[in-house]
Design a protein around this ligand. Sequence first.
Ligand code: IVH
Length: 706
Amino acid sequence: MTATRPIESLSAEDAADELATLAKILHDANNAYHTADSPKISDADYDALKRRNADIETRFPELKRSDSPTEIVGAAPADGFSKVTHAQRMLSLGNAFTDEDVAEFDVSIRKYLGLTADQPLHYTAEPKIDGLSLSLRYENGQFVQAATRGDGQTGENVTANARTISDIPQTLSNAPDILEVRGEVYMSHEDFAALNTRQAEAGGKPFANPRNAAAGSLRQLDSLVTAARPLRFFAYAWGVLSDPLAEAQFDAIGRLKALGFQTNPLTALCHGPDDMIAHYQKIEAQRAALGYDIDGVVYKVNALDLQGRLGFRSTTPRWAIAHKFPAELAWTWLEAIDIQVGRTGALSPVARLNPVTVGGVVVSNATLHNADYIAGRDNKGETIREGKDIRVGDWVQVYRAGDVIPKVADVDLSKRPSDAVAFEFPEICPECQSPALREEGDAVHRCTGGMICPAQAVEKLKHFVSRAAFDIEGLGAKQVEQFYSDQWIAEPNDIFTLKDRYGTGLQQLKNREGWGEKSADNLFQAIEDKRTIGLARVLFALGIRHVGEQASNLLARHFGSWDTLVTALDAAKEKSGDTWDTLLSIDGVGDVMAGSLVAAFANDAERASINRLAASLSIQDAEQLDTSGSSVAGKTVVFTGTLEKMTRAEAKARAEALGAKVSGSVSAKTDLVIAGPGAGSKAKKATDLGVDVIDEDAWLDLISGA
Ligand code: IVH
């Protein structure tokens, strides 16, 4: 199958034929790689064919096909890698943008730990590398596995690729038996520029920035390709350890350096917010000369025992924060304002811009938030941009901070075309022509079409299959859009009847373009695999407004089973009564969220769709936290009065970590009240209701060893 004729001797006709053949072979090979674990051709053959294709395209650029395989260079679909479950989750960081935010970070930590302003509290400060995080596992000094962060819980196994990175030691001496080192893979500016030149020479697409280049290179299915890409690695954290590295963050980093890892030379030990900000300024001043991208400074509480006490919120540690550099700005023309309709019917105005580079990234779209923002007002009706509205044709300032969607921040009125007209926000949904209403107190216009609105329906379906929801392998946003537009699926349950409808018979999935027998079977199997699924995921997947991942977890943990949850939501539909109160008593559930939830279940059409889905699934009771041995798991506790051994926030976090529900008010459902000095009406109410009341020491005894 490999064509070997010298390229110089090819006629244009031969070249076109060969490009067509190569496109087919390479696309097939690519599909085989992603949908089956059995590639049809070897990696070396694949590369050779790809090179041949690129060479022919270089000689006959006019013959380059619209489906040219050259375009599939780079980010390999995730399906090509096996999955790795992180024994300890890989988290992200909360952000600080101003000096005040940094001071507040220190205050909140002191408050949590119960430290006064004059007690010492040290932090490390180090550059925040703009790359992608990687977890490296060493067993008995041998490098055994590398995994990307993925969704924090499950990443991709990129061990073979990580072995090609020279900053990553293959063996360690004097290391803990089990050691997971975490850090950032990145590419230097110099290497990035050279790579893009090579890409361009080979007819490939250039990478937008070093981070994309690093990510694309690490996630190559062929580790030879990764080896040819100059990736680097800074170690800055760790996961599972058989022995501690040190007692303090700063020393632990020193230990990683001694073990042979690259650690950032700008890591410093700071003695409080002023010191941290001074170091931030020092790093910022050197930013342009570093030779690699950084997007801020990370502060971490130095004492590891304090880090342990502070613990984590759902996705970020309490003991660390990223102080981001100010956003990048650029000016360009606003060419159009389009309206996108989201999953909850929100109409979002999107600025279509004349493409402009903002901090190394080409930006052609930016958010305009809502009608008020365009008109020059904020959510409270107050003037922004000195009241200047935004019009199609305007010269606008685009602003980008980190991964945040770019915004249009300002308008230069001196450049406004004389015929520019004020933007009229549509009152009709552009997708389904239903009225788009703006409720009082809401900044957003919402389409009232519900599931008859194709945009809402398809966005809901995309959300349903997304990572944190059903996460069905082989069924991503693209497939959902195609199936929806061909009326193969209209609501979530249709996914679970797909095989019955398109597994046999006249129209079959395997006969669709881009699908084959194997990939169709794989999808049907992936769908089957998700019929059994946890309660929290199902709840989150429904895409109910205000009910995010964290809320879904809370609700699932509170109600335990699907039936209990549904019964409770039905009983609470009037938004009053005991069940409604119970819903509100869940810490983290407010009346807006609860209202949205009961309304979704009380809506006839939506409920019918939910019921159809539930009937297709086996919904597992909420996962219990690992509270084995915990004497308070499942109990509802209330803290009142002053606690003397720990702060209220710490007490609450510890109780929750042991599986208890912490409530703010005492009711007949309360199991236990922990009362400190000064406890008043809550302790009295508990006694009246016959609920146990104990003091802080008794509580600590109760949970010790749990
Ligand atoms: S510490 C538990 N330190 O930033 C916290 N992260 O926005 C672990 N990052 O996912 C992260 N430089 O990929 C830490 N010096 C640094 C970092 C750093 C870059 C990345 C990391 C993380 C992301 C969070």
